[in-house]
Design a protein around this ligand. Structure first.
Ligand code: PLP
Length: 423
């Protein structure tokens, strides 16, 4: 597909990816109209956090204006409305990932807290000397450090599946590392730095062949593709609301009911108990056993609104448009002299990490910001991955369905400008 083919798709295709549809979508995200340093904002930092549509912003406002109350505790009307809305948000999230029951949907602060919960309540009590936890080289720090902490406390060891230079997992190495010592396999569905989409379904099947449970970090998958936890057959799946057009401070841990049921609580406090005395406390049923204290009620409502919004747009359009963005970005960026792509796996989400000659990513990012272009620079919380490539960081452009080919043109132009200024 050539550059002009892609422009044609974006401007004249009457179905998916039409300019009119994307413009309509963009109008639903007020922040996209902002100007930065006198330029129209070009927001290409979606892997860090996504922007929020009116549907989410208005839901938050409506809650505080008309429904605000604490959940699960009151007989008064507002409390009942808040409780119903909060639990209805849980049902929306259950449908979103295809879980069997709402007992399997635990609201957390985000992916990080969900992984910490599993490391602490599921893995740690079973771990000892000689046990192994299997990760990949491309994990975000939040899918490394909680396991490392569990290892420090129990004497277990981390094992790491290597990648090739394209940023693809070396499958034979994965098969070699899986063993009767492996207590859990924890890996990312999509790499935040490389965009690599891992073959998680096959890996889960192989791990289950040895009765090894699997946690999938889905933070970078859920904004881009439909996820079905039953089809994947993963034991745990985690994601963050703010990376899928919802609010910050809310996320989801999906876990198979039997596993969650057998796990000890993560934190103690209100709401997670059935009865308390100084002699003995019994715990609430799932999922409340894992939601100690007043939850992020408005966050859950905002996240459910984001799910509804995504459903309206549809993953067919999202995938088609983002694929076009990725192909176009790769093609246009490769025309820049001295550019180096970090990660080139055959299966990728709409993320491009690059280096520009010998320039430092921070300097490039600063120049781009002066031109109104928001990209992320640095190690992207994947320092072990940076070490694999022997680099301090990258310049990362990460796309969402509201980005346009014209924004990629602006990025290319700005990178060319940065390249000439810095050299
Ligand atoms: N996992 C991946 C792959 C991520 O990209 C991120 C954030 O960038 C996280 C986990 C952590 O997400 P949060 O900070 O929302 O908990």
């Amino acid at each position: 597909m050539t550059t002009s083919d892609l422009h044609t798709i974006s401007t004249s295709d009457p179905g998916l990816g039409t300019n009119a549809r994307i413009e309509e979508i963009r109008a639903a995200f007020p922040i996209l109209q902002e100007r930065v340093h006198g330029h129209q904002l070009v927001y290409l930092d979606n892997a860090s956090t996504t922007q929020k549509p009116f549907a989410v912003i208005n839901r938050i406002r409506e809650y505080y204006e008309h429904e605000n109350s604490n959940v699960h505790r009151g007989v008064h009307s507002l409390s009942q409305i808040a409780t119903e809305e909060y639990e209805s948000a849980r049902s929306t999230l259950k449908e979103f990932v295809g879980a069997r029951t709402t007992s399997e949907i635990v609201f957390t602060r985000g992916t990080t807290e969900a992984i910490n919960l599993v490391a602490s309540s599921f893995a740690k009590p079973e771990l000892g000397e000689g046990d192994e936890i299997l990760l990949t080289r491309m994990e975000h720090h939040s899918n490394i450090v909680p396991w490392q902490m569990a290892c420090e406390e129990t004497g277990a060891t981390l094992r790491v599946i290597p990648i090739d230079d394209d940023g693809t997992l070396i499958y034979e190495e994965f098969e070699r590392l899986l063993s009767e010592r492996t207590r859990i396999l924890a890996l990312t569905h999509v790499s935040n730095t490389l965009g690599t989409v891992n073959p998680v379904k096959r890996m889960i099947r192989d791990a289950h062949g040895l009765n090894i449970p699997v946690l999938i970090d889905g933070a970078q998958a859920v904004p881009h593709m439909p996820v079905d936890v039953i089809d994947l057959d993963c034991d745990f799946y985690c994601f963050s609301g703010h990376k899928m057009f919802g609010p910050t401070g809310i996320g989801v841990l999906y876990g198979k009911e039997a596993l969650l049921d057998a796990m000890r609580p993560y934190q103690g406090g209100g709401d997670m108990i059935e009865s308390v005395s100084f002699e003995r406390t019994t715990y609430n049923e799932l999922p409340h056993k894992f939601e100690a204290g007043t939850p992020n009620i408005v966050g859950a409502l905002g996240l459910a609104a984001a799910v509804e919004y995504l459903r309206e747009i549809g993953f067919d359009l999202i995938r088609e448009h983002e694929r076009n963005l990725l192909v176009y970005a790769r093609e246009r960026l490769s025309q820049i002299e001295g550019i180096r792509f970090i990660g080139d796996s055959a299966h990728r989400a709409a993320v491009v990490s690059v280096l520009l000659g010998s320039t430092h990513p921070y300097d490039v990012g600063t120049i781009l910001d002066r031109m109104g272009i928001a990209v992320r620079t640095g190690h992207h919380c994947t320092q072990p991955l940076m070490r694999h490539y022997g680099i301090p960081g990258t310049v990362r452009a990460s796309f969402a369905f509201y980005n346009t080919l014209e924004e990629i043109d602006s990025l290319v132009e700005a990178l060319q400008r940065a390249s000439s200024v810095l050299s």
